[in-house]
Design a binder for this molecule. Structure first.
Ligand code: PAF
Length: 280
């Protein structure tokens, strides 16, 4: 039976008890409105730990002033039931005051230079500062041995890995595979914002990522691949924030460089912003 905890001293008591028993603890941070992608992270975490905590906290510091913080979907009852079915032991449900005791204005902030400033960071200034700020607090609260994040947020995972390495958090970071709808759309809480007219167009992001991979494998140059991806998305009705080919650490590959690549897309259909990526 899952236990819902909103009091930090109770969370610490539970975790201390587990640690006394020598159990490994995993954390799966989320913002709620959970779907199969989140539940797959809980199941992944379970393979690396004896106990799993999942946090649900819609973090105000990672939303820009004109973003969807107020309307971000909140479904606490369904989240709790789904987490229990996925094998989660504790649902950590902190209030804003528990997370930010001094208030969000005075809260100590984190910043990962470089990697935070490109792609998503360039489109959403301050976003990764808010993510790192809350994830560092969640790590401090839950004291996990392992934490799992989805690969759909590829850059977020890279930023968190950098923060963990730089600050020396003794936490193993797991990246969970992207979970997709049958037509290829990556699962996201924001998919429900898509209008009935836009929803059938949305798998074009996945198709474009596959075409970028095929272009690369077929020997096309990066500039050509990126331009063709943007053209294809615009033709399907998207406003494109970026459609790029990068090295796994998100740096730009040199002209003759070989090796692994990741294609990343952020594009908007109406008021809905979608992101996705493909590693190859
Ligand atoms: O990926 C998310 O849902 C959020 O960015 C996270 C990691 C839970 C931090 O608020």
């Amino acid at each position: 039976m899952i236990e819902t905890v909103s009091d930090l001293s109770r969370l610490r008591e539970i975790v201390a008890g587990w640690k006394r028993e020598g159990l490994r603890v995993a954390l799966v941070p989320t913002m709620g409105n959970l779907h199969a992608g989140h539940f797959s992270l809980v199941m992944l975490a379970r393979q690396y730990a004896d106990r799993v905590i999942s946090s649900v906290f819609v973090n105000p510091t990672q939303f820009g002033p004109h973003e969807d913080f107020a309307r971000y979907p909140r479904t606490p009852e369904a989240d709790m039931r789904g987490l229990e079915d996925a094998g989660c032991d504790v649902l950590w449900l902190p209030s804003v005051d528990t997370m930010y005791p001094l208030g969000t204005e005075l809260a100590m902030r984190m910043h990962a230079p470089g990697i935070s400033d490109v792609l998503e960071g360039a489109c959403r200034p301050g976003h990764f500062d808010g993510v790192c700020t809350v994830v560092a607090r969640l790590f401090n609260q839950a004291q996990p041995d392992v934490a799992a994040f989805g690969k759909k947020d590829y850059q977020q995972l890279a930023v968190i890995r950098q923060m963990v390495a730089d600050l020396g958090f003794p936490i193993e970071i797991l990246g969970g595979s992207i979970v997709r709808e049958a037509d290829g759309l990556a699962m996201s809480s924001r998919n429900q914002y898509l209008s009935a007219e836009d929803r059938p167009r949305s798998p074009e992001i996945r198709q474009t990522l596959l075409a970028m991979r095929d272009g690369h494998v077929g020997g096309a140059g990066r500039a050509e691949i990126e331009a063709e991806a943007a053209r294809r998305l615009q033709a399907a009705g998207f406003a494109v924030d970026y459609a790029v080919l990068r090295q796994p650490d998100l740096t730009e590959p040199g002209a003759d460089s070989q090796g692994a690549r990741v294609a990343l897309i952020a594009a908007r259909l109406g008021n809905t912003r979608l992101i996705d990526n493909l590693e190859f």
